[in-house]
Ligand binder design. Structure first.
Ligand code: UD1
Ligand code: MG
Length: 456
């Protein structure tokens, strides 16, 4: 294997997106398009990557960080001119250079690997990744000579009637002998319909030097989509969703309705887990084996252990221990850490709290900034009053404490192990172990009130 380099084209304005967000930063399944591209490039054995940036360069660099080197294309004069900006970083080297667009998020590392292999086995100086499209609108067409060899690429805007009929398209991905690429680029002109320096023109130039130009025709045209507008963006997202969901199915995950289930690329799911319709699993989320994730649940950057049941709930930046159950309609907000066998029921909100094994909050409660031990009962309507209008404070509840319904626990307080809080109490002081705290006005009964009322 020769030295593999890559140039990622990401300087175009993306006018057709009609967006203030830089085109290659538009996300597909949660990751910016260009990040998908960089990941695939790395999987194909490329060591050195140069990303060509233009407007919004800082934003692209912020996203990609040191996973790439950068070259600035100050003016967008075309894809050929864009590659030329990598000259200082690459031109002196021997090896093979992949050129790929930042707007083709579905190309896999496997396909790029195959492209390199075709290039190496055919002894070509340039190999184009092509696909046969049902609808070739918008793409450059691959023109072949009578003997079937690739002759050149013609852009849609420059194509003749006959060339427009060609179904084999340029995916915008190529590998080149690095030296041949930079030599040919120096001769590319901009005498075409768009007045741009086209990278595809190097094909004809390399051919004219008597070198071999080959094409690697990919099987799955869906992979080749170049996202130029929001219609293509939506198609790319659909295809990516399907690809991710199929991978999980093959790993033993059951889907109620895969078409409506959105899972981002880095999510990990154990086998025998059931995912219902409308579920969204995002970011760095891990779901264990044998879990049930009920319809319309949204889980973001969270760790869910084995045998957990989640029903129609939202979980963000939190973790849930084995055999726990959440919902329906519960919300775990950031930094909630739940132990095993925890029950968080209907309309319970938890934030920045630790909840020990076997603890239960069945209904209508707010647990915020609190540390709860094991086997605690949190009654219906309990509120952890954590905010005094200026600052937040924490409360601590010991193991096996019993919190009656509709209690207010005004932080900061410490409630000892096995303490009891009577229903309706507002707790502002610490409670010792095994004590009962009752803090509510005494009940007074007025006799014969019905009669008194009717005499008025
Ligand atoms: C390009 C190809 C076309 C191919 C299609 C595949 C050319 C001339 N045409 O067309 O043959 O079928 O991709 O999707 O190459 N860019 C720069 N600097 C520039 C211009 C573009 O960095 O000056 C970048 C863009 O950010 C983008 C990529 O190059 O990532 C391709 O540019 P785009 O304008 O999308 O080209 P297409 O019209 O799609
Ligand atoms: Mg494009």
């Amino acid at each position: 294997m020769s030295n593999r380099m890559a140039v990622v084209l990401a300087a175009g304005k993306g006018t057709r997106m009609k967006s203030s967000l830089y085109k290659v930063l538009h996300p597909v399944c949660g990751l910016p398009m260009v990040e998908h591209v960089i990941r695939s490039v790395k999987q194909s054995g490329v060591e050195q990557i140069v990303t060509i940036v233009g407007h919004g360069a800082e934003k692209v660099q912020e996203v990609l960080g040191d996973s790439s080197e950068y070259a600035l294309q100050a003016e967008q004069l075309g894809t050929g001119h864009a590659v030329l900006q990598a000259k200082d970083l690459l031109a002196s080297q021997e090896g093979t250079t992949l050129v790929i667009c930042g707007d083709t998020p579905l190309l896999t590392g496997e396909t790029l690997q195959q492209l390199f292999e075709t290039h190496e086995t055919t002894g070509a100086k340039a190999t184009i990744l092509t696909a046969v499209a049902e609808d070739s609108t918008g793409y450059g067409r691959i023109v072949r000579s009578a003997n079937g060899e690739v002759a050149k690429i013609v852009e849609q805007k420059d194509a003749s009637e006959a060339e427009l009929e060609i179904k084999e398209i340029n995916t915008g991905t190529y590998v080149f002998d690095n030296q041949a690429l930079f030599v040919a680029l120096a001769s590319v002109k901009n005498d075409n319909a768009q007045g741009e320096y086209y990278l595809p023109d190097v094909i004809e130039l390399i051919k004219a030097d008597g070198d071999i130009v080959s094409a690697h025709i990919m099987d799955d045209m869906d992979e080749a989509i170049g996202v130029n507008d929001r219609v293509a963006l939506s198609q790319a997202q659909q295809t990516m969703m399907r690809r991710i969901n199929l991978m999980h199915m093959r790993n033993g995950v059951t889907f109620g309705n895969a078409d409506s289930t959105y899972i981002e690329p880095d999510v990990v799911i154990g086998n025998d887990t059931v995912i219902e319709a409308g579920v969204q699993l995002k970011g760095q989320t891990t779901i264990g084996s044998n879990c049930f994730i009920g319809m319309n649940s949204e889980i973001i950057d969270s760790q869910i252990a084995d045998n957990v049941k989640i029903t129609q709930s939202v979980i963000e930046h939190s973790s849930v221990g084995e055999l726990s159950d959440i919902g329906p309609f519960a919300h775990l907000r950031p930094n909630s850490v739940l132990g095993q066998h925890v029950h968080i029921g209907n309309f319970v909100e938890v934030k920045n709290s630790n909840i020990g094994d076997e603890t239960k909050a069945g209904h209508l409660a707010y647990i915020g900034d609190a540390d709860l031990g094991k086997d605690i009962n949190v009654g219906c309507g309990t509120i952890f009053v954590n905010y005094n209008g200026k600052s937040k404070a924490r409360s601590v509840i010991g193991d096996q404490a019993f919190i009656g319904s509709n209690a207010n626990i005004v932080a900061p307080v410490n409630v000892g192990d096995k303490a009891f809080i009577a229903a309706g109490s507002t707790i502002i002081n610490d409670i010792p172990e095994e004590a009962l705290a009752i803090s509510r006005s005494e009940q007074k009964n007025v006799p014969n009130y019905w009669e008194k009322l009717s005499k008025k």
